[in-house]
Each structure stands twice: as structure tokens, then as C-alpha cells.
Design a protein around this ligand. Structure first.
Ligand SMILES: O=C[C@H](O)COP(=O)(O)O
Length: 257
């Protein structure tokens, strides 16, 4: 039985257009879930999806958020703007942001703060790359990502999630095995216990991401510390993503929260 409410997030990245938007709306508008379901489209489609899915149980999130509140920062979108638009969640520190847009643990910390200030639920993405995995330093990397992102940050009663996304599994078709992912998730929870105490750490949902498909969803969710999924490529097909959501939803039926 899952003690934490399962959650599944679609991250469209820089993909999709009106076709994907329309097929997703058609698939999800009348469905109900006990699990939490989010779609994070490109910024431009956030308002459209919010409009078309306003009476559905699907929530909308953003793939990123600015660390700035306002001012002369061309191309940025603030947490306040996202919250005002109706977003409920924002991804922070996705590995593609870290590797291609120079984000780091320090910028993640500021973004977490901005999300908390505006009642957006942040999902902090962490994970080791292939070189770090082969060097046997996965735990060091994760520990540093978690500790440096949260140090000196007052989380108060805010809720947030961690998404473990091994970089070598993203878009490669080589997902971590459920056992490997569970081992890492258990380690992440230990780190959360050290930082926030046992009670809070047990409430924090830890998602797995990296080549999730409808074929590995159930076995991943069966693991005790895998509380949800962050889905990239497989979320670009509305029916495929629906199948993932329906499998995740089965775990919500036993959830306490
Ligand atoms: O945010 C999603 C992840 O980067 C996973 O992407 P993927 O499912 O295409 O491997």
C-alpha cells in the first residue's frame, strides 16, 4: 500500500503543438483520477491547456521558473506569473536545464524559494550522469544536489517533490531497473530524513524519471519509495500517457492521503 498519494507528471519539453494539445485535451477532459496528474507543456500552451482542462482533474505545471521576481530579464517567466496563470507546479533543475542552460544547485535553491513564495509546488530534479555512475559517485552527487539546494532554505509547511532522473536513462530507452531505482530512492529519503526529520521526509514524494513507458510503469510504482513518475517521450502520445496514468491511478486506490 502506498502511504503517499501517487503523482504522475508529463514533461513535454520543447515538443508538441496544437495536435498534441488537442489529443491530450480529448483524452483527459472527462477522465477522473485519484492520483495527481500534471501536464507541463511549453509556456505558450499553459493558458490553452488550463482553459480546455479547467473542469478536469488534470493540473498544469511549468517546465521551469525564473529565479528573478521581475525586472529587465528578457525571456524569463516568474513564479508569480505562473501561479497567476493557474499553474500548480513547476519543475526545477531538470538535467537539461543544468547541462544546457548552466543551472546549478545554487540557482535551484533560489527557484525553490520563488516557488514556495508563490504557492507553486516545486519538483526538484536530481540525478547523476553516466560518467558519475561509472565512477561510483551517484550517492555523492545526489547528496550534494539535495543538500546544496535546500541549505539555508526555510521549507516551513510547503510541499515539494523530488524527481530522481538518472541522466543516462533520459530519452535512451534504458530505464533504471525498479530495484536500482528503489535503492537510490531509499538513499534520497535518508538524505531527506537528515535534513527535515523523519515525519516530513516520509511525506515527501520521490518520483522516478528516465525512459518511463506504459511497459515499466507498474513495476516501478510497486517499489516502496517510488511515489510517482516524471514522463518525457511517452507523454507525447496522449493514449500512451493515459495508459501510464491509469496504471499509476491503481496505486492511488490504496493510498492513505
Ligand atoms: O522530464 C522527463 C525526463 O527527462 C524523462 O524523459 P524520457 O521519459 O523521455 O526519458
Amino acid at each position: 500500500m502506498k502511504s503517499r498519494k501517487p503523482i504522475v507528471i508529463a514533461n513535454w519539453k520543447l515538443n508538441g503543438g496544437f495536435d498534441l494539445l488537442c489529443s491530450s485535451v480529448a483524452s483527459f477532459v472527462k477522465k477522473s483520477f485519484l492520483a495527481e496528474v500534471y501536464i507541463c507543456p511549453p509556456y505558450l500552451y499553459i493558458r490553452d491547456l488550463l482553459h480546455f482542462l479547467q473542469y478536469s482533474v488534470v493540473n498544469i505545471g511549468s517546465q521551469n521558473v525564473s529565479k528573478y521576481q521581475s525586472g529587465a530579464y528578457t525571456g524569463e517567466t516568474s513564479a508569480q506569473m505562473l501561479a497567476e496563470a493557474g499553474c500548480k507546479l513547476c519543475l526545477i533543475g531538470h538535467s537539461e536545464r543544468r547541462s544546457m542552460f548552466r543551472e546549478n544547485n545554487a540557482s535551484c535553491q533560489i527557484k525553490l524559494k520563488r516557488a514556495f513564495e508563490n504557492n507553486l509546488m516545486p519538483v526538484l530534479c536530481i540525478g547523476e550522469n553516466l560518467e558519475e555512475k561509472n565512477a561510483g559517485i551517484t550517492k555523492d552527487i545526489l547528496s550534494r544536489q539535495i543538500n546544496e539546494s535546500f541549505e539555508a532554505l526555510d521549507i516551513a509547511d510547503n510541499s515539494f517533490c523530488i524527481a530522481y532522473e538518472p541522466v543516462w536513462a533520459i530519452g535512451t530507452g534504458q530505464a533504471a531497473t525498479p530495484e536500482t531505482a528503489q535503492e537510490v530512492h531509499a538513499y534520497i529519503r535518508e538524505q531527506l530524513v537528515s535534513l527535515f526529520g523523519q515525519d516530513k521526509a516520509q511525506q515527501i514524494r520521490i518520483l522516478y524519471g528516465g525512459s518511463v513507458t506504459k511497459l515499466n510503469t507498474t513495476e516501478l510504482l510497486t517499489q516502496p519509495d517510488i511515489d510517482g513518475l516524471l514522463v518525457g517521450g511517452a507523454s507525447l502520445d496522449a493514449e500512451h500517457f493515459m495508459s501510464i496514468c491509469q496504471q499509476v491511478d491503481k496505486f492511488a486506490m490504496d493510498s492513505n492521503s
